[in-house]
Design a protein around this ligand. Structure first.
Ligand SMILES: Cc1cc2nc3c(=O)[nH]c(=O)nc-3n(C[C@H](O)[C@H](O)[C@H](O)COP(=O)(O)O)c2cc1C
Length: 332
């Protein structure tokens, strides 16, 4: 795996990551996926630096110890604020810290951070430097291959080299550029074409850096092909849309088995539901992450419908959905 990365690979927290996704990879998602895919690295949703400093800490950065290894992703562009936020999340127990240089949403753009920072590699280097000197856990960056007209391979290389000169040795690369005007965040995840070859080239030309590629990875073959070229893969939408695939990757590639079957996978999450309820959260805060457990399987529609219709049951609809699933299987 990751040709020519001997030594550096050791620093990598793991070769398979679930991408940070706002309103998806919350703490309940991460606890459920930790049980199903024990070897896969989980990431938080992006948390704005100011929210870490001034928000309700439990709500903003709280997590369960079972989630390790877990990376917190911060957003912002102020070195002093992010250094302080980094210290707080390190004290909270996170394993690593990532800086978001890839989000193109207008809200984030208005704050002058996210993908627009690809235009300001010196600023990103200063932020990384400030964060690194504030903490002893790894600090790294997730970025695009380019923004707007600044999208040549050489532009990305300049960005990476500048940030690496501040001591960052790990880069998570969403292998498509972002258009800061004219495309919605959703379109920015589909319209610009994927250019994984440029991420592979980055690894080949900077073998001492740890490089993880991201974007549109949905099959075992794609995972294997990327792992032959770079140090890791990061999977976003496919992890949410087919969580059992992540369980299979944890087993096949990392040799870390979770539950043997999808039915077993249902049972292991019951304590997570109990934890959520004990914290005053509704049970479906957890069971909403089970909706796609049976993706591409017989009975998946009835499973999904029952989970939705019974989401206010004390078990978040699990028993009703399991009954529907069995009925669908018997009918098949
Ligand atoms: C609903 C949603 C929310 C996202 N939120 C974030 C985020 O908070 N931080 C970030 O760096 N990327 C975010 N992304 C981008 C993903 O991390 C990832 O880079 C992108 O979806 C491409 O990977 P995929 O094709 O495997 O989904 C988000 C993507 C989705 C679909």
């Amino acid at each position: 795996m990751g040709g020519g990365c001997s030594g550096v690979c050791m620093a990598l927290i793991g070769p398979i990551h679930v991408a940070p996704m706002m309103e998806v990879t919350d703490r309940w998602f991460r606890q459920v996926h930790r049980l199903w895919a024990p070897g896969v690295v989980q990431w938080t949703e992006m948390v704005v630096g100011h929210a870490v400093l001034h928000g309700d800490r439990h709500r903003v950065i709280g997590f369960d110890p079972s989630e390790h290894p877990v990376v917190v992703q911060l957003g912002g562009d102020d070195p002093a604020v992010l250094a302080q936020a980094a210290r707080i999340v390190e004290d909270a127990g996170y394993d690593e810290i990532n800086l978001n240089v890839g989000c193109p949403s207008s809200r984030v753009r208005a704050g002058a951070f996210g993908a627009i920072l690809m235009r300001r590699p010196d600023r990103v280097a200063r932020v990384v430097e400030a964060m690194r000197s504030a903490v002893s856990i790894p600090v790294h960056v997730k970025h695009r291959i380019g923004v707007d007209e600044l999208d040549a391979y050489e532009d990305m290389l300049r960005f990476v080299d500048t940030v690496a000169s501040a001591g960052c040795d790990t880069f998570y690369v969403h292998a498509r550029k972002a258009w800061l005007q004219g495309l919605s965040p959703k379109e920015n995840r589909t319209v610009p074409p994927l250019r994984h070859d440029e991420v592979h080239r980055l690894k080949a030309e900077r073998p001492h850096l740890t490089i993880v590629t991201n974007g549109g990875i949905t099959t075992d073959d794609a995972v294997d092909a990327h792992l032959a070229e770079v140090d890791g893969v990061m999977i976003g939408r496919a992890a949410a849309d087919d969580p059992w695939w992540m369980a299979s990757l944890s087993q096949r590639i990392l040799r870390m088995p979770g539950p043997a079957t999808r039915l077993d996978a249902i049972e292991v999450v019951r304590p997570v539901i109990a934890r959520a309820v004990a914290e005053g959260r509704p049970p479906h805060a957890v069971t909403r992450h089970l909706v796609h457990l049976f993706a591409n399987q017989p009975g998946t529609r009835r499973w999904r419908r029952a989970l939705s219709e019974h989401r206010h049951d004390p078990d978040g609809g699990l028993d009703a959905a399991v009954a529907e699933l069995h009925a669908a299987m018997e009918a098949a």
